[in-house]
Design a protein around this ligand. Sequence first.
Ligand code: HEM
Length: 240
Amino acid sequence: MNVKSLLSHHNHYASLGSPWSAKADKVQSITGVMLGCFLLAHLHFESSILLGKEAFYHVVQFLEGGMFSSTGHGFPIVTKVFSIFIMAVVIIHAAVALRRFPAQLGQWRALRRHMHGINHKDSHAWFWQLVTGFILFFLAPVHIFTMITNPEIGPYLSAERVYHANAWLLYILLLPAVVIHAMIGLYRVAVKWGLTRNRAGLRKVAKFLIVYLMVIGLLSLVSYIFIGQDLTLPVTPYRP
Ligand code: HEM
């Protein structure tokens, strides 16, 4: 055994036993569950556009605290501040998740061999979570940063962003990556912390949610594109 492999063995076993590793595991699960639940709410709020422009308008005004303003219109600063908070949670989640990434080509090859060797469904789920996590590392901050710098949301303002500012290009990649990542993540946390013993049943729920969220997400994206095509620029915000 050479010095390098000795060191890596030492680091491996040291990290397994260290209290920091257990803490990092908890932080990863807690931030992951927060983000997974946020995504479930987010995609439902956002796809209220499928019920019409007015429905989406009211959802946005409600979330931005319209009931506290004399005009009934919400405050985009609420979106800005909340987006900064979500960005912080994403950064913490990614930082603790990074330690699980196979760092070297050799480790990737071993992982692939392992995946071919055993046909265990949870290993495949873990692999897809790793791949989608890598994609999200680049895509999620772009979207969250846009919501921090340009937090104006509404049927016309969102359609302008999706269609005229070409955000659909980002969303079409972000949607499958985040939906797969989040649903596999919630499944794995539920199994890991012993919430259920019925893995097969839970896997079915996760698969159903992946398809369902993809469908409502894609249909919403198409709605924004249609609304965007009919807009004349510069856009005036929608008022019912
Ligand atoms: C608090 C922070 C966030 C806010 C305020 C926000 C807001 C929005 C809004 C308003 C849209 C509709 C289109 C538009 O106006 O551009 C949208 C779309 C989308 N967001 Fe977010 N978002 C946030 C965080 C996230 C995060 C963390 C993710 C996942 C990593 C995410 C994933 C998506 C996806 C996939 C779409 C496209 C949905 C579709 O295809 O129908 N968002 N977001």
